[in-house]
Design a protein around this ligand. Structure first.
Ligand SMILES: C[S@@+](CC[C@H](N)C(=O)[O-])C[C@H]1O[C@@H](n2cnc3c(N)ncnc32)[C@H](O)[C@@H]1O
Length: 190
């Protein structure tokens, strides 16, 4: 699927890097570095910082990073892993404990497909970091772009299908696709 898509991406160069003050240990390291770009994305996109929604929490590193900036963060995950992230058994309780210092995070153990069937609220920012197939990234990403001021997608550089899906969502919604190439790639659709 990926090679059928012609990308129209704009290289994203942050003007500042800011380390959030409260983080947790990262077991996978995949998101490490991106926590320093969040403040720049918030100013660049001009969004409010009341609500963030994350699809794909795993051990909670990116969720904790978001919780430094947003008044309330909702994290949705099946908490059993997937083909790309690996299968860890049920890590819901472990992740809840890891994030217990953040009173502004709510975790929901649910498949994103069930969540988006019922959810009607809009969020200031949505982070998509689920299984990295074209179909799932496109399906979840399209809903997310339609329900947020700014949607960010992890792994645009390490998974060609993710990048293709982000480009397709941006084209379908008439938005711009900025791409930060470091840290496995972070797509920003605005
Ligand atoms: C790459 S990990 C997320 C990493 C996390 N964002 C971080 O950087 O700290 C992907 C997560 O997506 C979850 N996931 C996969 N498919 C899902 C689905 N259909 N609905 C909800 N979560 C899903 C997996 O359980 C896994 O925990």
């Amino acid at each position: 699927m990926a090679d059928q898509i012609r990308y129209h991406e704009i290289n994203y160069v942050p003007t500042k890097l800011v380390m959030p003050s409260r983080l947790i240990d990262s077991s996978s390291k995949a998101w490490v570095g991106l926590e320093q770009v969040l403040a720049d994305i918030i100013s660049f996109s001009g969004i409010k910082t009341n609500t963030a929604l994350e699809f794909g929490v795993e051990f909670g590193y990116s969720t904790a990073a978001l919780a430094n900036y947003f008044t309330h963060v909702t994290g949705v995950d099946i908490f059993t892993g997937d083909h790309h992230a690996g299968y860890h058994g049920d890590i819901y309780e472990e992740t809840r404990t890891r994030l217990s210092q953040f009173t502004n995070i709510d975790l929901i153990k649910m498949d994103y497909r069930d969540f988006i069937l019922k959810e009607e609220r809009r969020y200031d920012l949505i982070h998509v970091d689920i299984i990295h197939t074209f179909e799932d990234t496109y399906h979840c990403g399209l809903w997310s772009v339609e329900h947020s001021g700014c949607t960010i997608f992890h792994d645009t550089e390490s998974f060609p299908d993710v990048k293709a899906a982000v480009a397709a969502v941006a084209r379908r919604t008439g938005k711009k696709f900025y791409n930060y190439k470091k840290c496995n790639g972070l797509g920003i659709v605005l």
